[in-house]
Design a binder for this molecule. Structure first.
Ligand code: SF4
Ligand code: SF4
Length: 322
């Protein structure tokens, strides 16, 4: 591929990470104050003795020096997940069930959005916010729904902030979110390799290795990423306690986040929350490698198109019409 120079191979990435496998060496190697500041952000804060119990402080320090997710053994992943569960209990008396389920063999996820069926009610948006523990104070949304004029297929020409009764005559609706590009420019832009594509096609972020530079956000041609400027605020009784390390766990402040195809659900064989919530059946999700899946049916029998095909990002998100 002509882009080899710009896009390091997987083996180079692993080498880079292995040569830098703890955040202790990461900070040392960067040796700039900005990096130290960003690293401090990654754990939220390191407790003083006065603030934290000995156990809590020990756990937080172990968290601070843990490896990049891609370099952890399963044992280390289990330990990290256990620490996060215990910290949630100590800090907020929360009983989390945090998972680190790996990709399922023989699965590559794909998503379809039927623009003739969406009526713009936004149940998908609400379900996504609840499922993924999105910040309620600044109203973070992974999904955006655009009210479109007939004949236009670029959401940037639509109204993404409508507040009126829907559906409106002679308009149609288009949803956007992270499209989980096969050739994702966002992952190539990240200086700490904190974001990558998993074998099942889900583009994820290791929140603890993200330094919040937002290069990935600038690289995304689809406005797929969200940056949390402040500590996410969610009423305790609304927190979804069924979480995944790479998914809906509550992100520390100053991190990049985005749709993960509800990794905490889909890797357990469930549908994403948005698909389940859609009252009109406008959203279709499934395994692209399974010839009998609904998404394969859509790709074979419907008129489909993808956004900005000319960029060759190869999104795994198709729009279609009945
Ligand atoms: S839609 Fe944007 S954030 Fe999602 S994989 Fe593609 S480039 Fe990355
Ligand atoms: S903001 Fe994006 S590019 Fe920067 S470190 Fe985080 S994931 Fe990587």
């Amino acid at each position: 591929m002509s882009s080899d120079k710009k896009h390091p191979k997987e083996s180079d990435i692993i080498k880079l990470l292995e040569g830098d496998s703890s955040r202790r060496s990461f900070i040392k190697n960067l040796s700039i104050a900005a990096a130290a500041g960003s690293a401090a952000l990654t754990t939220g804060c390191i407790p003083s003795l006065a603030e934290a119990s000995t156990e809590e402080m020990k756990l937080r320090w172990q968290e601070f020096f843990k490896k990049h997710y891609r370099l952890m053994t399963q044992e280390e992943k289990d330990a990290a997940v256990g620490r996060l569960e215990r910290l949630a209990k100590l800090e907020n008396n929360l009983d989390l069930q945090m998972g680190s389920e790996p990709p399922i063999d023989g699965v590559l996820y794909g998503y379809g959005f039927n623009i003739t069926r969406c009526t713009g009610f936004m149940e998908c948006v609400t379900a996504c916010i609840k499922e993924n523990n999105l910040d309620r104070k600044v109203h973070t949304q992974y999904i955006r729904i655009f009210e479109m004029e007939p004949g236009k297929l670029d959401p940037s020409t639509g109204d993404g902030q409508y507040y009126h009764e829907v559906p409106v005559d002679n308009k149609f609706y288009m949803g956007t979110q992270c499209f989980h590009c096969e050739n994702a420019p966002c992952t190539k832009a990240c200086p700490t390799k904190a974001t990558w594509k998993e074998p099942d096609g889900i583009v994820v972020v290791d929140y603890d290795w993200c330094i919040g530079c937002r290069y990935c956000q600038a690289a995304c041609p689809y406005y797929g990423r969200r940056f949390n400027w402040g500590k996410p605020e969610i009423p305790k009784d609304e927190i979804n306690t069924k979480q995944h390390y790479l998914g809906n766990r509550i992100r520390p402040m100053g991190k990049m986040e985005k749709c993960t195809f509800c990794i905490q659900r889909t890797r357990k064989g469930r549908l994403p929350a948005c698909v389940e919530a859609c009252p009109t059946g406008a959203r279709v999700f499934g395994n692209l490698l399974d010839p009998d899946s609904e998404i394969r049916y859509v790709l074979k029998h419907k008129k489909v198109f993808r956004m900005k095909e000319e960029l060759e990002t190869d999104p795994k998100f198709w729009y279609f019409i009945d």
